[in-house]
Design a protein around this ligand. Structure first.
Ligand SMILES: [Zn+2]
Length: 297
């Protein structure tokens, strides 16, 4: 009994300190509470935010590291706002602010901030041998790759102010529970290249690739590095990408359903063999895609 009481007291103290399970809970003015899923995180992770008591303050806006980040409501009447922040896999380690602001009835600006410590991820370095053109592209290939990267950046810069997803994000292959390689620093044919921003799932060519969630198809085309590539916009800056496909079953502008077949596993683009490369981008941050299945925004 006594031990139980001590345990309860400890839990209560942790709760008071706002540190239970590493979560952050901050009491702000006017009955507003800011909750973050973690106060300490690492590169390539997701942070879930909840703003409680927001019903009376429809004008609450949020910023992560000084940049506006979207908030949404789960249904019309609820007083809770939700946000999702991606920690880019190359975000400089340090302490950053997650801030909300709004105006009171007198027009005075109110703000409330929580600090988030970002730590370096432990990503192994791997050395791979790929076709020469993918490490030393000729000028024409180089130009093509640069144009494609520009196009992708413009897509990821776009935050659609609408929620397309519904229910849970799921893995893009049936009967597969996990994938790997996220964040690996890469040396290709002896030359350093950008880190691996997706999760690789080894699978035979022709295996059905499923949309992780509902959303609008924004890319379905053959790209120099990622081969046949599908990108789906799930709204609020959340995008999933499916690369190296042998076939694509959707077109840009179409809505994809969660779990719908959007293509087949292949070995197109810069690969060492057939697999699915699955990427997640949240407001331009390249994040470990498995996290969205584990955490669910
Ligand atoms: Zn990959």
């Amino acid at each position: 009994m006594r031990r139980m009481r001590t345990a309860l007291a400890t839990i209560f103290l942790l709760f008071i300190a706002g540190q239970a399970n590493g979560q952050v809970r901050k009491s702000c003015e006017q009955g507003v509470t800011l909750k973050l899923s973690a106060g300490v995180t690492t590169q390539g992770n997701l942070l879930l935010a909840e703003i409680l008591g927001a019903g009376a303050h429809p004008g609450i806006t949020a910023e992560w590291d000084g940049k506006a980040t979207p908030l949404w409501r789960e249904g019309e009447k609820t007083g809770t706002l939700h946000g999702l922040t991606g920690i880019d896999l190359e975000k400089a380690p340090g302490v950053y602010a997650w801030t909300i602001s709004w105006r009171d009835d007198a027009g005075k600006q109110l703000t409330c901030s929580a600090s988030v410590t970002v730590r370096a991820g432990k990503f192994p370095t791997e050395r791979l041998k790929v076709e020469k053109q993918f490490v030393q592209p000729d000028p024409e290939q180089q130009k093509r790759a640069e144009e494609e990267q520009k196009k992708m950046r413009a897509i990821y810069e776009t935050v659609t102010p609408q929620r397309y997803w519904e229910g849970k994000f799921r893995l893009p292959l049936k009967d597969v529970t996990t994938g790997g390689n996220f964040g690996r620093r890469r040396i290709l044919n002896g030359e350093a290249r950008s880190p691996h921003a997706g999760v690789d799932f080894p699978a035979p060519s022709g295996t059905a690739v499923l949309a992780s969630q509902c959303g609008k198809v924004v890319i379905a085309e053959e790209l120099f590095y990622s081969g046949n590539t599908v990108v789906i916009d799930h709204g609020y800056g959340i995008y999933t990408m499916y690369a190296h496909l042998s076939e694509m079953g959707v077109k840009p502008g179409e809505m994809a359903e969660a779990g719908e077949e959007i293509g087949k596993v292949g070995a197109t683009g810069r690969v060492t063999g057939p697999h699915l490369h699955w990427g997640l981008t949240v407001e331009r941050a390249r994040v470990n895609a498995l996290r969205i299945v584990q955490q669910q925004p």
